[in-house]
Design a protein around this ligand. Structure first.
Ligand code: GLY
Length: 409
């Protein structure tokens, strides 16, 4: 067990050695999982003055190391997800203030860039699909504008000549998830969060109440409240009663990183995306010249292999969209696991087990929903009821039997 070197442990937790020789530490809040969702929860918890610990062998890692960081509330709109749209929009609106607050707390920028997004169509099928998305956006009162192919190319001259039309969404921006994770880690350390660099192995439950966790190094962290925020691994923690296990599964995404050689001649000025042969492809240009190209969506359990087929399909589809990408250096290929849930929406707040809360299942929207999740978890940890906007996302919305059955093997 290692505490963060930047914060004396005695400030934030009480430690003792039990009769069995195990180290037992006591905190107010233990967060299981140190990805961006766990970190934002821990940061808000520590800001409340609660003694807060995070258990994770590599805090700041996880899906954020792979994600592109699109804040795509409008361009990733789907039928039947009106409640999710509401919190996605709320979180997108929170981003500028959240980024400023985090920069102040950590001394680091998170690459928030108000660049907008252009979704384009390459053939008649894609165009019909995009028209439907645009109509859904209009019916939902969202700000989006239909453009001809020529208008799309005027905005983004690197687009293929065959682009048949597009939807311009000036409110869908981006942040850099790796910088976001680093900044949250620093903000947590500065706020006094203690990091246990070990995996949580078992939830401790006494008298029908969660009381912390046993870690892989054999130590125990006792906590008044325990937050399950382990992303796609959230259903794997031993000791969680079956009816409380969150129905979260891994959804693989392969992502490539290219580099636009500096000084960065304009290549793309905004996020460009399309559905090509039924699969989404997107290109997210950063100010530092990084160009993130994603992403596959694969139901393959815990597999994180980067495959020749995945890379081929991403490059093939992106090349149809923006032919010039084949000239760029390919600097990284990586796969990550989205924490998918049965309704593609997160699980936020108290579970059916007293003392156990969840902040997981963010699926495609983890980066986008980081500010909202921090706000909600902070209010719940402060003793308030689950805020109105988060009530549709209570972990208790899934029937217990389904939650048990849908656990990954
Ligand atoms: N939100 C983008 C993705 O999950 O691929």
């Amino acid at each position: 067990m290692h505490a963060s070197s930047s914060q004396p442990p005695e400030v934030s937790e009480i430690g003792e050695v039990s009769g069995t020789g195990r180290t037992v530490r006591t905190v107010d809040v233990l967060v299981i999982g140190g990805g961006i969702i766990g970190l934002v929860t821990a940061w808000r918890s520590a800001q409340l003055g609660l003694r807060t610990a995070v258990a994770d062998p590599a805090p700041g890692g996880g899906a954020a190391q792979v994600a592109a960081g699109m804040l795509a509330a409008v361009t990733e709109l789907h039928y039947g997800e009106q409640d999710l749209l509401a919190i996605n929009l709320a979180s997108a609106r929170r981003y500028p203030a959240f980024a400023a607050e985090l920069a102040e707390a950590s001394g680091q920028e998170i690459g928030y860039r108000a660049c907008g997004t252009l979704a384009v169509a390459l053939d008649a099928d894609d165009r019909a699909h995009l028209r439907e998305l645009h109509e859904l956006q209009q019916r939902s009162g969202l700000d989006s504008q239909w453009l001809s192919g020529r208008e799309c190319r005027r905005l983004e001259p690197m687009l293929a000549p065959g682009v048949r039309g597009g939807v311009r969404v000036d409110g869908d921006h981006q942040a850099d998830p790796r910088r976001l994770a680093r900044a949250l880690l620093t903000a947590c350390e500065r706020a006094g969060v203690v990091f246990h660099r070990a995996e949580a192995r078992r939830l401790l439950v006494e008298a029908d109440r969660a009381t912390g966790a046993e870690l892989a190094d054999g130590s125990r962290v006792r906590a008044d409240r325990t937050v399950l925020a382990a992303g796609s691994h959230s259903a794997r923690l031993a000791g969680v009663p079956p009816h409380v296990v969150p129905p979260v599964r891994p959804v693989k995404g392969q992502v490539l990183r290219l580099r636009v050689p500096g000084p960065y001649a304009p290549f793309l000025s905004r996020t460009v995306r399309a559905v090509v042969r039924g699969g989404p492809v997107y290109l997210v240009p950063r100010e530092n010249g990084e160009l993130v190209l994603g992403a596959t969506t694969e139901e393959l359990g815990w597999d994180t292999t980067v495959t020749a087929g995945g890379v081929y399909e991403l490059l093939r589809d992106a090349h149809e969209l923006v032919p010039g990408i084949t000239e760029l250096p390919l600097v990284e290929t990586r796969a990550g696991l989205r924490p998918g849930s049965p309704d593609n929406a997160p699980l936020l707040g108290p579970t059916a087990l007293p003392g156990l809360l969840a902040a997981t299942g963010h699926h495609r929207n983890g980066v986008l929903l980081t500010p909202f999740t921090g706000d909600v978890m902070g209010r719940v940890l402060a003793g308030e009821a689950l805020p109105e906007a988060a009530r549709p996302f209570s972990p208790q919305r899934f029937p217990a039997r389904a939650a048990h059955q849908e656990q990954p093997a």
